[in-house]
Design a protein around this ligand. Sequence first.
Ligand code: CP
Length: 310
Amino acid sequence: MKHLLSIDDLSVDQIQEIFATAGDMHDVQHRSVKKLPALRGRTVVNMFFEDSTRTRSSFEIAGKWLSADVINISAKGSSTSKGESLRDTVLTVCAMGVDGLVVRHPASGAAQQVAGWVDASVVNAGDGMHEHPTQALLDAYTLQRRLGSLEGKHVAIIGDLTHSRVFRSNVQCLTKLGAEVTVVAPPTLMPSGVGPWSESAGFATSYDVDEVLPHADAVMMLRVQRERMSGGYFPTAREYTVGYGLTRDRLATLHPDVPICHPGPMNRGLEIAADAADAAQSAILDQVSAGLAVRMAVLYHLLAGEESSA
Ligand code: CP
């Protein structure tokens, strides 16, 4: 595996191999000394042209715990703000001898484009509304640990699907691992081409949260991405919460063993009530912890050398 740009790049065996490595990396988080020598001498650059808390910090910690040299570049504070192109920025950084680039960019397809310009391994850390493969890996890893296996499990993904790269990567990853996925959104936030009328999407769709929740083995709430909505109809916040939010009343209908996931950042009180986010069955902080382990595993498999086979 040279790059990780899409879940489509990975076979089921490769995903399970990453999960097995992540299990070992998870154990490292509980040690008093967390450094492993696996990437000593390697250099990883995190290039974030869009804001991030979880992904950027976990990739930085992941690289450092594997003993790589890690630097961070963001749009603000780099020469991008002076008009330098993405290609010139990437080629400039790679001319310094970089082994891995972790790229987040607001344009769909940006990570794929970067991979075509450089010899370094590229990880897509979220490209526009396209994909966020490491988020999907960490979500599936979290659910697999909670549920034992994803085979035949019913996962409900609920929220603003139109603007969600997490949804696009997650349906691929979860269905590859044998889960049955139902996606739920208001009609205005259901991507075009996906809906109850679509027969070939590989997952079920619904506009009715209350019909789907009783059958769910796991629930994944997605953020309403107001920053990506430049116009058009959107339910009011109140309408959205009443129709699609994981409210206190809906939480009461879930079995206490049903994990509640959210990739973050959350709009508390909009798509998820505080009671649900903080419930004993919430897996949200487990996702964060898993994110570090999975990103350590991804960097290891991409950069550790010949012995890596994922
Ligand atoms: N889930 C996620 O990608 O969060 P950040 O934007 O904080 O990285």
